[in-house]
Design a protein around this ligand. Structure first.
Ligand SMILES: Cc1cc2nc3c(=O)[nH]c(=O)nc-3n(C[C@H](O)[C@H](O)[C@H](O)COP(=O)(O)O)c2cc1C
Length: 186
């Protein structure tokens, strides 16, 4: 697929078909992730790959609990967080957690590196016929290091980018964009 078409065609997908992502494709996603640039070439990305539905549901339930405990949310989100359904990871068959080692002074660059890796993974997913979505709410799981350790995120690592993937069961329209240049001096 042409890169332009890939960049413009990708969408965040929140409904998935009940079909597993082949292992080779999951591997390809992570290879695309680590092809991203990184500050001082630190390549800080570590991946935790979760396909077990019960494990994803457990993380989803805990995320909702943490979010509800945080107080003020709009009614629609409150309803979603109270729902029995997987309203966090949308029933996606593949959850990849990008984590980075906790290291004094490196958090900002780790965030940027992880975001760059995530977009590479999203574009590759789209090229392979998969949908994807960044699940920022999942980062609240950092408040439960024990549960994260249970799924494979060591306590000396931070979860930065929870990403879901799967075969899409919806095709949402593009959200409008505009290029807002504050100044362009020539
Ligand atoms: C840092 C970040 C966090 C996000 N967190 C969530 C999330 O927790 N749940 C969700 O449904 N979508 C989440 N999204 C997806 C955005 O809502 C989506 O990218 C945005 O609405 C634009 O739509 P598009 O990706 O289809 O172009 C997140 C995206 C980013 C970049």
């Amino acid at each position: 697929m042409e890169l332009d078409a890939c960049i413009k065609g990708r969408r965040s997908i929140r409904r998935y078909a009940d079909k597993a992502v082949p292992k080779e494709i999951a591997e390809k996603l992570m290879e695309a992730g680590v092809a991203a640039p990184s500050g001082m070439n630190a390549q800080p990305w570590r991946f935790v790959v979760i396909e077990k539905r019960e494990a994803i549901n457990k993380l989803s339930r805990r995320t909702k609990e943490l979010l509800l405990g945080m107080g003020q949310w709009p009614e629609n989100l409150k309803d979603a967080f109270k729902s029995e359904k997987d309203t966090i990871f949308y029933g996606a068959p593949l959850l990849i957690l990008i984590c980075t080692p906790k290291k004094e002074g490196w958090r900002d660059v780790n965030l940027l590196d992880s975001a760059l890796a995530a977009e590479n993974m999203f574009l590759t997913a789209y090229q392979e016929g998969l949908g994807s979505c960044f699940i920022g709410f999942g980062n609240f799981l950092n408040q439960d290091p024990k549960l994260l350790a249970d799924v494979g995120v060591p306590e000396d690592h931070e979860l930065i980018a929870p990403l879901i993937f799967g075969y899409p069961a919806e095709s949402p329209a593009a959200k409008p964009r505009s290029v807002q240049v504050l100044r362009w001096e020539r």
